[in-house]
Structures are given as structure tokens and as C-alpha cells.
Write a protein that binds this ligand. Structure first.
Ligand code: UD1
Length: 421
């Protein structure tokens, strides 16, 4: 099993360019399945989740070209199968988007239940509720979900989500764009990648309005045609590098970001003592050498993202004083990394949804194990900040979501290598 070996203690210096957003890419690629024609998709991150999705689409009959780095030309016109390969679907969470896109295009599908990061029970009842509202009959087992148009066919409808689920919002949007009538998604998620998905669909001819607010309106169209679209920069990858500079020290220009998407993360890092300067499409983060404690509660966008919980926890572990970190999206997420951080010297007490972190002025290298994608990223940050050598095992999780992590960190002066056993 591959692992990272990190020699900590080097401050990070220089420039890092952020890749396209993983969570947007893993929604937009399945959405391309709704399009009859060639979609040229730019700024696609080269990460394992994207590679798996492309294999699934090829298996269904799509043609995939890579004219150059980070650009994919996808033609799903020839797809006829509605049953993606279960073994591949189970490898990642976002494969659940195939349900919405296949249902939208073909009126039916048979999709294995997804895998991916298991930092919590991750139900899909809201996705199913949406599909049913659009007229789908649903057969759900422990292994798969089968959807088919009911006797009145599929048509637009009003769906009010019980919680602002990112996955359900995107899935219902995909299922609805080609249906007759209008669909309203109430209590919709507002994450940047929801807006990106809507922008992609609209570029291809859909009529989606309101993305980024809590009501999304979809006016069904008969067909989507091909076009060119560039994926937004990855908010969480950018936040991860910003947290790394805050924890390990240094001065880094984080390029290819949308500073507005970073506001909530930026303000917490500033509170902790980092200096942050926003430019049009870049952010400079400079550590001042001193970290202060803070209080963070994760929330749906525009709140502090749950996907940055573990990374900010490392900053808290190194800050002066006691910090409080409350998780309100996935309660069990702390268990993915807190014990590992403790083995590096962090002092963390978990009580229900809140972790109380008593800061120390240093962490020490250790052998730690990534249990999910963001937990793995946090352990890398901890390794960069720690004295001595840290070995991060189970790095396939990290590789699901961070493009060229080793190259990017090495260019910033980190001592990190990937070891294949
Ligand atoms: C997406 C992101 C993930 C991020 C999360 C929260 C992708 C591929 N993944 O995951 O990186 O951590 O948003 O920002 O974009 N829920 C239900 N029933 C449902 C759906 C969700 O109870 O049908 C609950 C979940 O258990 C969770 C909350 O709602 O507590 C939010 O989930 P959701 O926004 O759907 O997250 P994901 O789409 O799984």
C-alpha cells in the first residue's frame, strides 16, 4: 500500500495553482450524459474519482478524449446502457449522480449503491424523494437502486428537501432538466459546485435559474447540445493549502481561486493569526508565526465547510489556547483523524458534535492512517508542521481528491515523497 513520508518543519514558500473543483467535476461528468453532442470540459482535475467516473461513462458507451492536460472531450450521444458497472460505481460516492442523469435521459436506470468516504452514514433518502416526486418508481435494495418512469411518465414537480443536501440537489437537477414542465427544488444546497453544475447545464442548453439560492427552478427542455465549459477552482483544495501555510508557516500565493468562495475559511484563518490578502483570482497567505485559538462550527455553504473540518483542526492543535470545533453536517467525522492527531501529540477531547482542542506549540512525527479524503489531507498538514518524520498510510483516499499533491507541496519547499511498497 502506498504512503506518504513527510519530513516536517519546512515553511511553505512560493506559488501553488489550484485545480478544478473535485465536487463540481464529479457532478458535471455524469451530467454530460444528458447531452447529445460533444462536451469539451476544461479545468478537470486529474484525480482518481474523475478517472473512475470516466471509466464508468466509457463502459456505458461514451467516447472520451483527452486533447491536453485537464481537458476532456466527452461524447455521450452513443450511450444506450442504463446500468453502470457496479464494481466501479462502488468505488466512489459521487457515482450516485448517475441515477439522476440516467433517469433524466432514459427514464430508467439500475445503479449500485455508491462507496467512497465512509466518515458517516450517508443516506440518499432525499435523492429518492426527489426522483419519486418527478414520477419515478423506485426499487431500493442494500445493493442497488432501480428507477423507472411510473405510469404517468416523468414530469417536473416541486420538491422540498428536508435538509439542504448537496447530492440530492444536484441529482434532482440532473433528473429534471429534460423533463416536461417545471421543477422547483426548495431548501436547495447553495454550494459553489451546485452553481457550477447549473452553469454547465445552462451552457449546454438547459434552463436552470436560482442556483446559489435556496430555490432552484428548472424549466424542462427537449434536448441539450454540446458546448465548452470550464470547471470552477476547488474551494476545498485551496482551503487545504491555506490551512497548510497557517499550520506549517510560510508565505504562499494560492492561484486560480475564487476568493468569494473562500470567505468563511479566510476569516477563520485570519482569526487564528494568518495574514490573508485577496486578489482577483488569487489569495496570498502568510503565517505570522503565532496561532490563536478559535471557535468553528461547520455549516452548509456559505458557512464553514465540513470538508475543511479536519484541516482547521490541525491549526487548532498548534494554536495557543483552547479551540472548539463543532460538526453539524457529519457527526462522526472526528473519528477519521483525531486519534491519529493525538498520536502526534495533539490534545483533543470529543464530546458529541464538538471537539475541544487544547493547542500545543508543536506536533511530533508519527505513523498515521488516513481514513477518508479530508482526514488524509489534514494528516499531511500535520506532518508538514510536525517535528521529525510522519508517514501517512492509506493515501488512496487523498488521491481521490488532490491533484499532484506531492508535486505542488514539493514546489512549495516541503519534503514529502510517495512510497510504493
Ligand atoms: C457532498 C460532498 C461532500 C461534502 C458534503 C457536505 C460531493 C460529491 N460530496 O456530499 O464532499 O462533505 O456534500 O458539504 O459533492 N443527507 C440525508 N439524506 C440524503 C442526503 C443527505 O440525510 O438523502 C444528510 C447527510 O447524511 C448529511 C447532510 O444531509 O448529514 C448533507 O449531505 P449532502 O449535502 O448530501 O452531502 P453529500 O452529497 O453526501
Amino acid at each position: 500500500m502506498a504512503r506518504y513520508e513527510i519530513k516536517g518543519g519546512n515553511p511553505l514558500q512560493g506559488t501553488v495553482t489550484i485545480s478544478g473543483a473535485k465536487n463540481a467535476a464529479v457532478a458535471i461528468l455524469p451530467a454530460a450524459l444528458l447531452v447529445k453532442g460533444k462536451c469539451r470540459i476544461e479545468n478537470v482535475p486529474d484525480i482518481s474519482d474523475v478517472r473512475i467516473l470516466l471509466s464508468i461513462l466509457e463502459g456505458l458507451g461514451a467516447t472520451v478524449e483527452h486533447p491536453c492536460d485537464n481537458v476532456i472531450v466527452l461524447d455521450c450521444s452513443g450511450i444506450s446502457s442504463t446500468q453502470p458497472e457496479a464494481a466501479l460505481v462502488k468505488k466512489m460516492r459521487a457515482s450516485y449522480y448517475l441515477m439522476g442523469s440516467l433517469l433524466g435521459r432514459f427514464g430508467k436506470c439500475h445503479v449500485a449503491l455508491p462507496g467512497g468516504c465512509s466518515f458517516a452514514t450517508r443516506p440518499i433518502d432525499q435523492h429518492i424523494k426527489g426522483f419519486k416526486a418527478l414520477g419515478a418508481l423506485v426499487e431500493e435494495t442494500e445493493e442497488y437502486v432501480e428507477l423507472a418512469a411510473g405510469k404517468n411518465g416523468l414530469q417536473g414537480n416541486r420538491v422540498c428537501l428536508d435538509m439542504a443536501s448537496v447530492g440530492a440537489t444536484a441529482n434532482i437537477m440532473m433528473a429534471a432538466v429534460l423533463l416536461p414542465g417545471q421543477t422547483f427544488i426548495e431548501n436547495a444546497a447553495k454550494e459553489p459546485h451546485i452553481v457550477d453544475l447549473a452553469n454547465f447545464l445552462n451552457t449546454m442548453g438547459a434552463q436552470v435559474t436560482g442556483a446559489g439560492t435556496d430555490t432552484i427552478k428548472i424549466k424542462g427542455v427537449e434536448q441539450l447540445q454540446g458546448g465548452t465549459y470550464a470547471i470552477i477552482p476547488d474551494q476545498i483544495e485551496a482551503g487545504t493549502y491555506m490551512a497548510a501555510v497557517t499550520a506549517a508557516g510560510g508565505d504562499v500565493l494560492v492561484k486560480n481561486v475564487i476568493p468569494k468562495h473562500m470567505d468563511c475559511i479566510t476569516s477563520k484563518l485570519e482569526e487564528m493569526g494568518a495574514e490573508v490578502i485577496n486578489y482577483d483570482d488569487a489569495i496570498r497567505v502568510r503565517s505570522t508565526g503565532k496561532l490563536h485559538s478559535t471557535t468553528v462550527k461547520t455549516r452548509p455553504y456559505p458557512g464553514f465547510p465540513t470538508d475543511m473540518q479536519a484541516q482547521i483542526c490541525v491549526c487548532m492543535a498548534l494554536a495557543e489556547g483552547i479551540s472548539h470545533l463543532t460538526e453539524s453536517v457529519y457527526e462522526t467525522r472526528f473519528f477519521g483523524y483525531c486519534t491519529e492527531l493525538e498520536s502526534m501529540g495533539a490534545k483533543i477531547e470529543i464530546n458529541g458534535k464538538t471537539a475541544t482542542v487544547t493547542g500545543r506549540n508543536h506536533l511530533k512525527g508519527s505513523t498515521v492512517c488516513a481514513r477518508d479524503l479530508r482526514a488524509g489531507a489534514a494528516l499531511v498538514i500535520a506532518g508538514l508542521s510536525a517535528e521529525g518524520i510522519t508517514r501517512v498510510e492509506n493515501i488512496h483516499f487523498v488521491e481521490r481528491g488532490y491533484e499532484n499533491l506531492i508535486e505542488k507541496l514539493t514546489a512549495l519547499g516541503a519534503t514529502i515523497r510517495r512510497i510504493d511498497d
